[in-house]
Design a protein around this ligand. Structure first.
Ligand SMILES: NC(=O)c1ccc[n+]([C@@H]2O[C@H](COP(=O)([O-])OP(=O)(O)OC[C@H]3O[C@@H](n4cnc5c(N)ncnc54)[C@H](OP(=O)(O)O)[C@@H]3O)[C@@H](O)[C@H]2O)c1
Length: 313
C-alpha cells in the first residue's frame, strides 16, 4: 500500500528543511584553514575531555602535535584519548590531572609540566563552568570565579617561564561574548555572584589583556576567543534536558557543533599569519574590535593585583 500524499509531502519538506539548516549552519561557520604541521610542538588543552576542548585536541593531534589533555577526570580523559586516536593516527596524547577548583591541583599540574615536559609551545585555557549552583571551591572561592578566572590566572603565570623559554609560543583564552554582561565587584571577588559566569569571563578577559601588555617584549602571543553558541555540555547545570530537546530546530540553524566551535580556538593557536600579532579578540576565525567594557587599563591592573593576592602567586 502506498503512503498517503500528505505523508510523502510532509516527509520531503522536513528532510529538505533539515538539509538546508545543516548546510546554512556549516556555510556560515569559518574553519581554520591553516595547513601548518606541529611536529615537535607541545600543546596543553584544559578541559580536553569534551566539547570545544576535545575537538581542539583532535585538530591539534591531526596536525601531529603532542597534546597534553589537562582534565579533572581520568576516565573521561581516557575515553577522549580513545576518541581522538580513533580519528587520527597522528600526534601523541597525554593525560595529566588538573582540577581548576583547587589551587593545590593547579600547582601540582604546573610542577609536573615544568619539571617533566621538554617543551611547551601552546597553552589553551579552555576549561570552564556555566550556571554552576552556588558552591565554594577548595580555596573558598565561588565556583565560576575559581574555575574560570582565578585558577586560570595561577596556571598561566606558573607556566609562563616554560612558554617564554619555548617562544615563539601562544596562549589562547576561550572566553565568551557573555563577558560583556559581566560586572566586577572588587569588594566581593570570591563570594556569591549574581552573574557568576559573565563576571568570571570578564575578569578573565581583563587578565588576558593585561598579560598581553606585560608580554610586549616577549615572543609569547596572547589571543582571546569567543566561540559563539556551541552545542556542548556547558549548559549541563542550567538547561534541563527537555528544554534542550525543544531547542533542537534552533540548534540546527544557529548553534555550532563542537567541531565547528573549536575552529577559532585552533586558528588562534596555530595559524602562521597570527605570529607576533598578539592581543586580539577573535570570533569566527576573524579579529574583532574589543568591546568597550573590556577596555579599561585601571581595571586590568586591579584585577591582576587582586588575583595575585587571592591565588598567592
Ligand atoms: N558552548 C558554548 O556555547 C560556549 C560559548 C562561549 C564560550 N564557551 C567557553 O568554551 C569553553 C569550553 O566549554 P564547552 O562549551 O566545551 O563546555 P563543556 O562541554 O562543558 O566542557 C567544559 C570542560 O571544562 C572542564 N572543567 C569544568 N570544570 C573543571 C575543573 N574544575 N577543572 C578542570 N576542568 C574542568 C570540563 O570537564 P568535566 O567534563 O570533567 O566537567 C570539560 O572538559 C568554556 O570556557 C566556555 O566558557 C562556550
Amino acid at each position: 500500500m502506498e503512503p498517503p500524499t500528505w505523508y510523502v509531502t510532509a516527509s520531503v519538506t522536513l528532510v529538505g528543511m533539515y538539509v538546508t539548516a545543516v548546510l546554512f549552519r556549516s556555510l556560515r561557520t569559518r574553519r581554520c584553514n591553516s595547513t601548518v604541521l606541529l611536529h615537535g610542538k607541545t600543546c596543553i588543552v584544559t578541559g580536553a575531555n569534551t566539547g570545544i576542548g576535545l575537538q581542539t585536541a583532535l585538530e591539534l593531534a591531526k596536525r601531529h602535535a603532542r597534546v597534553i589533555m589537562a582534565c579533572r577526570d581520568q576516565n573521561k580523559a581516557r575515553k577522549a584519548i580513545e576518541y581522538v586516536k580513533s580519528r587520527t593516527e597522528n600526534g601523541s596524547l597525554v593525560f595529566r590531572p588538573l582540577d581548576l577548583a583547587s589551587h593545590a591541583s593547579v600547582k601540582e599540574f604546573c610542577s609536573g609540566i615544568l619539571e617533566e615536559e621538554h617543551s611547551l609551545n601552546v597553552l589553551i585555557n579552555n576549561a570552564g563552568v556555566m550556571g554552576h549552583p552556588y558552591q565554594l571551591s577548595e580555596d573558598g572561592i565561588e565556583m565560576h570565579m575559581a574555575v574560570n578566572h582565578f585558577s586560570v590566572f595561577l596556571l598561566t603565570n606558573l607556566l609562563l617561564p616554560k612558554l617564554k623559554g619555548n617562544s615563539p609560543s601562544r596562549i589562547v583564552f576561550v572566553s565568551s561574548a557573555l563577558h560583556k554582561r559581566g560586572e566586577i565587584d572588587f569588594e566581593n571577588l570570591k563570594g556569591k555572584q549574581t552573574k557568576g559566569y559573565a563576571n568570571s569571563k570578564l575578569a578573565n578577559v581583563y587578565f588576558a589583556r593585561e598579560l598581553h601588555d606585560r608580554l610586549a617584549d616577549s615572543k609569547v602571543d596572547v589571543f582571546t576567543v569567543h566561540p559563539g553558541m556551541v552545542d556542548t555540555e556547558l549548559a549541563r547545570h542550567s538547561v534541563s534536558n527537555w528544554l534542550w530537546k525543544l531547542l533542537y530546530p534552533l540548534k540546527l540553524l544557529l548553534i555550532k557543533t563542537a567541531s565547528q566551535g573549536c575552529q577559532t580556538v585552533v586558528h588562534c593557536a596555530i595559524s602562521e599569519e597570527l605570529e607576533g600579532k598578539s592581543g586580539g579578540y577573535f570570533g569566527s576565525c576573524v579579529q574583532e574590535p574589543w568591546p568597550d567594557i573590556s577596555s579599561c587599563k585601571d581595571t586590568q591592573l586591579k584585577i591582576w593585583k587582586n588575583s595575585k593576592e587571592i591565588t598567592g602567586f
